[in-house]
Design a protein around this ligand. Structure first.
Ligand SMILES: Nc1ncnc2c1ncn2[C@@H]1O[C@H](COP(=O)(O)OP(=O)(O)OP(=O)(O)O)[C@@H](O)[C@H]1O
Ligand SMILES: [Mg+2]
Length: 475
């Protein structure tokens, strides 16, 4: 049977030691004995002691000072003091100095058991407390993640459990649901948090470069390889590698990736010697990879290799109760980024946000708020601001919403980035019209520094002179 605790008994009376040992062993405790202070300290240092019983009067040392020394080694060690009958003052003093309790000689067996059981229970609770605090601290890493809905709470609970392991995590969710946020949170909550987190977007790197980006190459291994480089896998050594949009990994590279994941070793392009890495792998995809496997564009063996711990991020429309919390979180974030703060949002505007289906999920919400903040002239995000951005489309059905300047929000949907650029340009044009071509005034309304505002104009190839001339003509 497993012992219920290891107890160090220190007394210069060998008979008493033997007696206590027999009793404690009968109660399934493991017992270590010491006659001298030095022995006791050595035992505490070398062994996993759960509790100590110390005689107040030892031959070589007084028990009180020994207790101090034991506590210096392990401050959490419960110590029970043994005193001769009639030296209660000593016992009281011992408790003041941190003893858990005291027993008078001759030892009452029941009292002995009781005190030990209580002390150990106390200690268990104390360490439980420490564990809970650690859990909370871990949660702390998730403070940037809004998760008030049950669905997201479940995701986070799962995430904090899997963070501790080295298993491959497979995050799937629609675009903008927070896949990258979750991947980083897993890394930050893991023991690898002080090591690199290396992210690579497999969809963004051209096929011809991806292998070299992932695994590195030796100098001269292909035309243009003038230097040898370390790939992302090697850079992520001891940390985490995040393979984003893994569904876009070209078939040509999949076998090499599979081998690297299986063996945690690979050959850089043109390299003779394999490189070993210790990495935690997190992948993310918005595609249905099982479907991609059926279509034959994703290897089944690779799918099973990465599909170890799946984490599904629910779309925002399935957790609308998160929206108000996200709004206040995002408004704060936007205030920091744009140096323009709005205090909040009108109830009507919030209602609109709650009604919207958010096909672009949190990212779309964030962009919408960013525009609203940029355009807001007052302290609040209003319904009108949102309406101009076409937020209140009918639930599901693509209602045609046209902005004054003619940006159609119906028709084929393009990427958020394109939509954003389109919107930005239209906004700038309207703004400049409103300001009669005065960049200073326009920048102020937009809440941008003048230089940044000029950059924006340049980005959209907007010619300020044309506006000014146009305005003069109209005059
Ligand atoms: N739960 C959340 N709490 C706070 N912010 C969030 C949350 N989820 C997402 N965000 C924010 O929304 C934006 C999109 O998140 P992220 O980039 O992680 O999404 P994604 O799923 O990787 O998107 P994509 O599919 O477009 O790559 C980020 O700015 C992120 O900070
Ligand atoms: Mg992403």
């Amino acid at each position: 049977m497993m012992s219920t605790g290891k107890i160090l008994v220190v007394d210069d009376d060998a008979n008493l030691l033997e007696l206590v040992r027999i009793r404690l062993e009968a109660a399934k405790y493991e017992v270590v004995t010491a006659v001298k202070g030095e022995e006791a300290k050595a035992a505490l240092t070398g062994d996993n002691i759960d509790l100590s019983i110390v005689d107040l009067k030892l031959a070589d040392q007084d028990g009180m000072s020994l207790m101090g020394e034991l506590h210096a080694i392990n401050p959490a060690l419960p110590v029970i003091i043994l005193t001769g009958y009639g030296s209660i003052e000593g016992a009281v003093e011992a408790i003041k100095r941190g003893a858990y309790g005291y027993l008078t000689k001759p030892i009452d067996p029941r009292e002995l058991q009781l005190q030990i059981a209580r002390a150990l229970e106390n200690r268990r609770l104390a360490s439980e407390n420490v564990r809970l605090k650690e859990l909370l601290k871990e949660k702390f890493d998730f403070t940037n993640i809004v998760a008030n809905s049950d669905k997201m709470q479940k995701v986070l609970a799962g995430v904090s459990r899997i963070a501790q392991t080295d298993s491959t995590v497979y995050i799937h969710g629609e675009s903008g649901t927070g896949k990258e946020v979750i991947a980083k949170a897993i890394h930050l909550a893991s023991e690898r948090k002080n090591k690199p987190f290396v992210a690579i977007n497999c969809a963004a790197v051209p096929e011809a470069l991806l292998e070299s980006e992932l695994f590195g190459h030796e100098k001269g291994s292909f035309t243009g390889a003038v230097r040898s480089t370390k790939g992302f896998f090697a850079q992520a050594h001891e940390g985490t590698i995040f393979l984003d949009e893994i569904g876009d990994m070209p078939l040509s590279i999949q076998p090499k990736l599979l081998r690297a994941l299986e063996e945690r070793q690979f050959y850089p392009i043109g390299g003779e010697k394999p490189i070993h890495v210790d990495v935690r792998v997190i992948v993310a995809t918005k595609k249905d990879l099982a479907e991609e496997v059926k279509k034959g564009v994703f290897r089944e063996d690779l799918f099973y290799r990465i599909h170890v711990i799946p984490v599904r991020l629910p779309p925002l429309r399935e957790r609308k109760e998160d929206i108000p919390h996200l709004v206040s979180h995002l408004l704060q974030k936007i205030a920091l980024q744009t140096k323009k703060a709005v205090k909040g949002i009108t109830p009507q505007a919030m209602k609109k946000l709650m009604q919207h289906e958010w096909p672009g999920n949190v990212r779309e919400l964030e962009n919408t708020l960013e525009y609203a903040v940029t355009m807001a002239e007052g302290e609040l995000v209003t319904e009108e601001l949102l309406m101009e951005m076409g937020v209140p489309t009918a639930l599901g059905s693509p209602e045609t919403v046209r902005r004054g300047d003619g940006v159609a929000l119906d028709g084929p949907l393009n990427t958020l980035k394109e939509a954003r650029a389109e919107f930005e340009k239209a906004y700038l044009i309207r703004l400049l019209e409103h300001c009669s071509g005065s960049a200073a005034k326009a920048a102020e309304i937009a809440g941008k520094y003048r230089a940044d505002f000029y950059d924006l104009l340049k980005k959209h190839h907007i010619n300020l002179q044309e506006f000014k001339q146009e305005f003069k003509k109209a005059d």
